[in-house]
Write a protein that binds this ligand. Structure first.
Ligand SMILES: [Zn+2]
Length: 308
């Protein structure tokens, strides 16, 4: 007579023969181009996914270091989530080509483009690549508008469910929880910034326009004359004149931008330079999307209160 243990062993052997896994199911391997997309994928995927971002939080998403190790990461991915609108055009195409992974090829279920469905701001009427502008299909920094985040997470839940139907309920629950928190948070953020309606700011790059649109702020100028073009002395002179004329006292820079340029302008305009990160993990207390937005809103509200 066989013991229970022997029976279990025999059953496991048969299941393995039939290709039925007895080991824990494989998690979906999700790769995102930028850390903000990774933070959102973690919220929706939870324990059913493994998430990795290609770019570091302190890297400019337009100019990521295309290390060969990223090819291996892309080769093993079940899902690739990109910002789209040519945000990654400067570094991703050769990596993707070398990775030779049909699961994440353009048009595959495993390829998610965040810009899909987003109402893009600043779409140029005509576009001349020779001028070096890196926003040919409109402004790709749209995740600072929480309503665009809602579109993104819905798309994630949908695709993750197609690729891993047995976890569909988990993704659905995570999506509902995330959206409920987002609604509460958005109301809080709007309340915190409401007293500063129309507040004027200058940014280094055109990376805060969606935030400004959602929270009724005004981006008066950028230190870059065009997205991706380094500030020139002639342009900086214009920015200083405009800041003085419009009474602007707040300049926003991200960790990978040239803070020195911002400081030079600030000295001549009696402005403050605020370090603000758009990528979770780039600064202290910004590890999740909610923590990041809390940090941004709090920093802005404090600066506006002081520089009214
Ligand atoms: Zn940009």
């Amino acid at each position: 007579m066989q013991t229970i243990a022997q029976l279990r062993l025999a059953t496991a052997g048969l299941m393995a023969l039939w290709g039925m896994e007895t080991s824990p199911p494989k998690k979906l391997s999700v790769v995102t181009t930028t850390p903000d997309l990774a933070a959102l994928a973690r919220e929706i995927g939870g324990a059913a996914v493994d998430v990795k971002a290609l770019a570091k939080p302190t890297e400019d998403p337009h100019y990521v270091d295309a290390k060969p190790s990223l090819i291996v990461t892309l080769n093993r991915a079940d899902v690739l989530i990109e910002g789209g609108a040519e945000l990654e055009i400067g570094w991703m195409p050769p990596l993707l080509e070398s990775a030779r992974n049909d699961r994440i090829a353009a048009g595959a279920v495993g390829r998610i483009v965040a810009s899909q469905g987003v109402k893009m701001l600043e779409v140029p009427a005509t576009f001349d690549r020779s001028k070096g502008d890196v926003h040919p299909y409109g402004n790709p920094h749209f995740l600072l508008d929480p309503l665009n985040v809602k579109l993104m997470v819905a798309q994630m839940a949908n695709r993750f469910s197609q690729l891993d139907p047995k976890s569909a309920d988990v993704f659905k629950t995570n999506l509902q929880t995330f959206n409920a928190t987002l609604d509460t948070k958005l109301a809080e953020w709007q309340k915190q910034l409401a007293p500063y309606r129309g507040a004027k700011i200058v940014t280094y790059h055109k990376d805060f326009v969606y935030l400004a649109e959602r929270f009724n702020l005004e981006v008066v100028e950028t230190l870059e004359p065009k997205p991706g073009i380094a500030p020139s002395p002639a342009h900086i002179t214009q920015v200083i004149a405009k800041m003085k004329a419009d009474n602007v006292h707040v300049i926003l820079v991200q960790p990978y931008q040239n803070r020195k340029t911002a400081e030079t302008v600030a000295r001549q305009t009696d402005a403050v330079v605020l370090d603000i990160a758009q990528q979770p993990g780039a600064m202290k207390n910004t590890d999740t999307y909610f923590a990041l937005m809390d940090n941004i809103v709090r920093t802005l509200a404090a600066a506006f209160a002081e520089n009214k």
